[in-house]
Design a protein around this ligand. Structure first.
Ligand code: NI
Length: 216
């Protein structure tokens, strides 16, 4: 019983560690993840490492090649299109259906200030944070646990491609337009601005994917 608990704790720790290294780019996209090497480096048995990698593959961050091994998911045009389509599906649905909840949320005004702060400071980290808050706010306002769970898993994949969006100051302006439309109670224009924003993110991500393959 106690042994089992320890194994699952180690697995969770390995999972968190690897996930952080993948999302931060410390472990490169497409890089092979060797179970034996990782377990030696971490000083633990291979089992929790393998379990953690399987959990990451269920999240879509790691790819399993049978009889070959584990690899960090490589970004392809198709993969990015899938992420973008899923975003459009969830975010536009939630913005449309839960518009009033979003508009009346106590977080929206705070977010508005944060987004304006990005304009003044041009701080990328601040942008990344407010980006996550805005898109999560739209989805979380649904209070639909199933949709929120789905979107949180999706966000990990969005995180994986986020460094490819270099036009963050333009993205920030788009966020501002979305929020201002919400605050002015202009639902149709908020939806229009959101869709345009996600399309722009897609174009930029695909454009930079083609030029950054070797360097990343
Ligand atoms: Ni955004």
């Amino acid at each position: 019983m106690r042994k089992k608990l320890e194994i699952s704790l180690v697995r969770t720790k390995v999972y968190d560690l690897l996930k952080e290294e993948i999302l931060s780019g410390e472990i490169h996209l497409g890089q092979r993840l060797n179970v034996r090497k990782l377990s030696e480096e971490l000083g633990i048995s291979p089992t929790p490492v393998r379990d953690a990698l399987l959990a990451l593959s269920a999240d879509g961050l790691v790819r399993v090649v049978p009889r070959v091994g584990f690899f960090v998911t490589e970004l392809t045009e198709n993969y990015i299109n899938e992420i973008i389509e899923s975003r459009i599906m969830v975010e536009s649905f939630c913005l449309k259906k839960y518009f009033d909840e979003i508009r009346n949320s106590p977080d929206i005004l705070k977010l508005y200030d944060e987004v304006k702060k990005v304009i003044d400071t041009e701080n990328r980290k601040l942008f990344d944070e407010s980006d996550e808050v805005l898109h999560m706010l739209i989805v979380k306002s649904s209070s639909n646990k199933t949709i929120i769970d789905f979107y949180e898993k999706l966000w990990d994949k969005i995180d994986l491609v986020r460094h490819l969006n270099k036009r963050y100051l333009d993205s920030n302006k788009e966020h501002l337009s979305i929020i201002e439309s919400i605050l002015k109670n202009e639902k149709e224009s908020a939806i229009k601005f959101l869709l345009r924003h996600i399309e722009n993110v897609k174009d930029e991500t695909l454009k930079n994917l083609k030029t950054s393959k070797v360097t990343k």
